[in-house]
Design a protein around this ligand. Sequence first.
Ligand SMILES: *[C@@H]1O[C@H](CO)[C@@H](O)[C@H](O)[C@H]1NC(C)=O
Ligand SMILES: *[C@@H]1O[C@H](CO)[C@@H](O)[C@H](O)[C@H]1NC(C)=O
Ligand SMILES: *[C@@H]1O[C@H](CO)[C@@H](O)[C@H](O)[C@H]1NC(C)=O
Ligand SMILES: *[C@@H]1O[C@H](CO)[C@@H](O)[C@H](O)[C@H]1NC(C)=O
Ligand SMILES: *[C@@H]1O[C@H](CO)[C@@H](O)[C@H](O)[C@H]1NC(C)=O
Ligand SMILES: *[C@@H]1O[C@H](CO)[C@@H](O)[C@H](O)[C@H]1NC(C)=O
Ligand SMILES: *[C@@H]1O[C@H](CO)[C@@H](O)[C@H](O)[C@H]1NC(C)=O
Length: 743
Amino acid sequence: MRMFLQLGLGFVLLAAQYASGIVVPSSQCRRQCGNVEIPYPFGIDPGCSLTQGFQLSCKVQDGIPKPFRGAFEVLDISLTQGTTRVLNYILGYCYNTSTRSMEYFGRYGGFNEGDPSSPYRLSDTQNRFTVIGCSALALISDYDGTGYQGLGVATCRNLSDLVNGSCSGMGCSQTTIPKRMYYYDTTFSASVNTSQIWEFNRCSYAVLMEAAAFKFSTTYVNTNKFNDTYNGRVPMILEWAIRDVKSCDAAKQNTTGTYACLSANSKCVDSTNDQGYTCNCTNGYAGNPYLLDGCKDVNECNHNPCPSDGYCRNIAGEYRCSCRVGKKYVTESNTCNPNIGFIIGVTMGLFGLMVIVMITIFWGQMILQKRKLNKVKQEYFRKHGGVLLFDKMKSEKGLAFNVFSEAELIHATDNFDSSRIIGKGGHGTVYKGIIKNMSVAIKRCAVVDERQKKEFGQEMLILSQINHKNVVKLLGCCLEVEVPILVYEFVLNGTLFELIHGKNQASQISFNTLLRIAHEAAEGLSFLHLYASPPIIHGDVKSSNILLDDNYMAKVSDFGASILAPSDKEQFVTMVQGTCGYLDPEYMQTCQLTDKSDVYSFGVILLEILTGQLPLKLEGSEKQRSLSLIFLSAMKENNLEAVLVNHVKGQESMELLRGLADLAKKCLDMCGDNRPSMKEVADELNRLRKLSLHPWVQLGVETEVENLLGGDTTGGYEIELSGYPMGESENQPINPRSSYYAR
Ligand SMILES: *[C@@H]1O[C@H](CO)[C@@H](O)[C@H](O)[C@H]1NC(C)=O
Ligand SMILES: *[C@@H]1O[C@H](CO)[C@@H](O)[C@H](O)[C@H]1NC(C)=O
Ligand SMILES: *[C@@H]1O[C@H](CO)[C@@H](O)[C@H](O)[C@H]1NC(C)=O
Ligand SMILES: *[C@@H]1O[C@H](CO)[C@@H](O)[C@H](O)[C@H]1NC(C)=O
Ligand SMILES: *[C@@H]1O[C@H](CO)[C@@H](O)[C@H](O)[C@H]1NC(C)=O
Ligand SMILES: *[C@@H]1O[C@H](CO)[C@@H](O)[C@H](O)[C@H]1NC(C)=O
Ligand SMILES: *[C@@H]1O[C@H](CO)[C@@H](O)[C@H](O)[C@H]1NC(C)=O
């Protein structure tokens, strides 16, 4: 009852398998017999093989289980090669000395699967029909199958003819067999016997065996133990395949039959020996192609197929070799070669990146710096009243006043190059600059106080509007910098100071010219005083601030500096304005700079003209140092002639000289209120000039100028700096031969 149930269950399972068209061998099937593995399609147990032909038996011999196909012990099965190695029997043919006859020895020699549907074929490539003996003639035949008949002949005279390892007829012969043999039979020729030579070769042997397992030894002539391992038997190779169809193509098209290559990643291989096919896993996979999912991915990296200095990466069915950074894998040679392109690429890439980063940083910093600078500039501009100035400039269109940028002035002066300096003094440094092909004098002021910073724009505006032929024109200013920079008209012909005190000059210049220059300067100063209220005070009137243009016309310069000078009461103590020798004594006491201070200083200039003396002398007693003191005491003693310059004495009418001396005396009055205004001074000078007019004087102006220029000019420019013991030499040339003065 129980048996019946089991059988029934088995039938149901079998039916299910065939219905799906896929035969799945049970996991209960034994896959091992002794040391031999039995892979599907082979099987030991019923229903465990693909077909009957693959059915093996597992027999225990000498206590060891061994698989058998019929009478032949199976040594191993190769799925990839489609081969089975079995042990074949050696057939002997021997002379029996006691019976004096020939007898067969050993098991009947042959192999018989008996049917072409059998999976097995005798391997024609690996097997040889091997015959041993000195008088042996053996026949191999396949009457049942192909009708093939083959002979194996081995002969020798005596054993010394035999050579170890040589199997080519002498005592040993090997014969190949044709394909498609699934049957063979062996017989020895009865006409050939060993009765004559039995003393050294009693037996002949014949066997179909694996050629690789055979190596001839002379001892084989007298034993059937060709290979000690197998004790009278030898390996033979059978090639198996699924033979019920002709080929792979047929198998794939046959819908009734079952295609044996079930596994994914498997392929069908046509049998090379007779019809049929085998299955194989595709490249990169290994396992059993006859089972579902039997082909498994091979981890090729286990045996590291890549170069020793490379890396291996296993992927499905394949592997990839890679090399370290900077090296390239070359498939053809399986080596890691230096990757020039990569190295260059990486180098270039890194370089490029670096350059980009550097440029970015550079630009970033540039922009930041620029922004910072602009902010500072704007701040200064605002502080210096630039906004106010701009508003005013907008409302008063056509104003010939410029607000220069710092960059413009830097460009104009070669970045304030020292070679461009044309004057240096307490208030700042004057540079020669070129703006729009026009020469200008650019004054960089030394100090400025907070109060004035705020009013600077306003005051610049006033100064800029001053337009008088005897006043150096202020062209513009720059407010973007900490201390404002002033840009003046460039006046190139030296100063009144040089004209009077330059070597050999005073004697050559006519008194009338000096008088004209003084008058013009007075007109300029007067204009300044009357132009605005409160009056614009020059603050540093002196002969070196009276510039001369091409036509020796006077131009009062440096008036802008006065408003830049600190006016704080405290600061006044230290920051005395003006130049020694010209200083208004009242101003020294009150620290109050007035228009009359300028009048006093102008009086000193008149003295210079009259006496040709420096306003302050180092030598002599205290009383004799100050020109004004010397003059005033001479006037008191009614001894004007003592102080007059020599060449003037005889030439000029005493009336003119006395008038001029009187004017100077008035200007030098200790009390500012008693001094005449600048306007009065100018008018008086005008009157005196008319008084002095002689016809030749007017004509002689040009002549004089010519003489002046034709003279020893270089000598004439040397300035006696010793005249300014305190170094307050505003506008004194550092390089007396600079183009500012040269012509
Ligand atoms: C099966 O594949 C293996 C390796 O993939 C190869 O060595 C073998 O020769 C193949 N067998 C047949 C019958 O093609
Ligand atoms: C020779 O033949 C006799 C009688 O058949 C037999 O007993 C004997 O074993 C044989 N000798 C050999 C060496 O086969
Ligand atoms: C062996 O061969 C010789 C001649 O070839 C023959 O005379 C003899 O009878 C044979 N002996 C046997 C036992 O067959
Ligand atoms: C083998 O035969 C050769 C030639 O007949 C002979 O010269 C030689 O002596 C023989 N050797 C033996 C061991 O019989
Ligand atoms: C051949 O080799 C065997 C051992 O493998 C040795 O006994 C025999 O003497 C050798 N024969 C010759 C002719 O060298
Ligand atoms: C005996 O057979 C084994 C396995 O087939 C083979 O490796 C060996 O070389 C053979 N020995 C000789 C002497 O032929
Ligand atoms: C199809 O397969 C069946 C069974 O496997 C076989 O009998 C039949 O001959 C095959 N047909 C062809 C066309 O090969």
